[in-house]
Design a protein around this ligand. Sequence first.
Ligand SMILES: C[S@@+](CC[C@H](N)C(=O)[O-])C[C@H]1O[C@@H](n2cnc3c(N)ncnc32)[C@H](O)[C@@H]1O
Length: 268
Amino acid sequence: MHVGPGDDFRYKQQLVALLRATRLLPLAEWFYARGKVRAADEANREFREKHPDIALPPPSLIQRTYGNPEYQSFHHWGWNNAQEIAHYIQQYAPVESPQILEWGCGLGRIASHLVQDHAYTGVDIDRSSIAWCAEHLQGRFTVNNPNPPLPFPNDSWDVVFAVSIFTHLSEKAHLAWRDEIFRVLKPGGVFIFTVHGEREAGNLTDADRQRFDQGNLVTKSGVAEGSRTYLAYHPDAFVKRHLTAPFEPVAGPETACNQTIYVRRKPA
Ligand SMILES: C[S@@+](CC[C@H](N)C(=O)[O-])C[C@H]1O[C@@H](n2cnc3c(N)ncnc32)[C@H](O)[C@@H]1O
């Protein structure tokens, strides 16, 4: 019995590859997103009515950041991922009440469930996301530039976490941000980050899969780096080679936050 991806999947893969190559993916995305946001209208209205106390960003912004405009999914997975991150913080933070930085906080999907109980700061390159978070959530929120440095002195944070940020960056940016996160962590501080690992690499083309299996970072570009549709896939060998030193390995690869998670520590 054939259990691999079906023809529909292959056609979609080829269409997206063509749109990337011709730089038309953002335009196609724009039309696609409008349809998805409209289709989610009624469910989103019902969710808002049932949960008037939950701060919810505009569906168009949620779609742009996460590829799914539905409040139910945004809230459910935000809560779920926040519990997982809170668990890693509790297990590995060097102090009981850590100073926490989220690098790439998006629309506060995770932050909104953490800010009440933690000393939390979020940064992101997306100005409209940061503006929404600053207006609607507790915690501190700041825009950062696509390239380092962050606006913080050396040795500022006990914990830095990053859910699905390396997944949208080039190899060059991985190395620059690895060094920058190391700089802003306090000695003994931990870096918790997710990548597209083995489990998430299942939908690569055969050629990309071969590069992945050889230990190379695989990137899918044709769109702005850092945007949702710029994709990076991380074999464990790449993470060990490039995202471990100068840190000490603590945990990972493990499955969490719907991706593959690693924990690294800055030597004390
Ligand atoms: C898929 S979203 C994840 C957002 C958030 N971490 C979450 O899980 O809800 C990726 C986010 O990374 C942000 N981003 C991309 N490149 C970045 C960079 N160099 N520095 C900070 N944020 C970045 C994007 O603007 C976007 O908000």
